[in-house]
Design a protein around this ligand. Structure first.
Ligand SMILES: [Zn+2]
Length: 85
């Protein structure tokens, strides 16, 4: 395994915009706001939730994942089944 140390310093701090589970509105509304200001977010994706409806509304579909990636957002794995702990 290769590793390369990286020096990281953000003297003014850093803000991370993340979306858990990823309802469709997180990309359509939230993503467009982030993009308008030149920043990107992280979408925690649980693939079993794709194309489902939850209490927060319609969830993402695979086109949304592709669109988010193409727009420069980060796609993160939030397990496949989203086990309720
Ligand atoms: Zn979650």
């Amino acid at each position: 395994m290769y590793s390369r140390p990286v020096s990281v310093a953000w003297p003014l701090g850093v803000v991370s915009f993340t979306f858990d589970d990823f309802p469709k509105s997180a990309l359509v509304t939230g993503g467009s706001i982030l993009e308008r200001y030149g920043v990107r977010g992280t979408y925690y994706t649980s693939l079993k939730l794709a194309r489902t409806e939850t209490v927060v509304g319609p969830m993402f579909d695979l086109d949304d994942v592709r669109d988010a990636h193409d727009a420069g957002h980060e796609i993160a794995c939030h397990t496949y089944t989203h086990l309720n702990c």
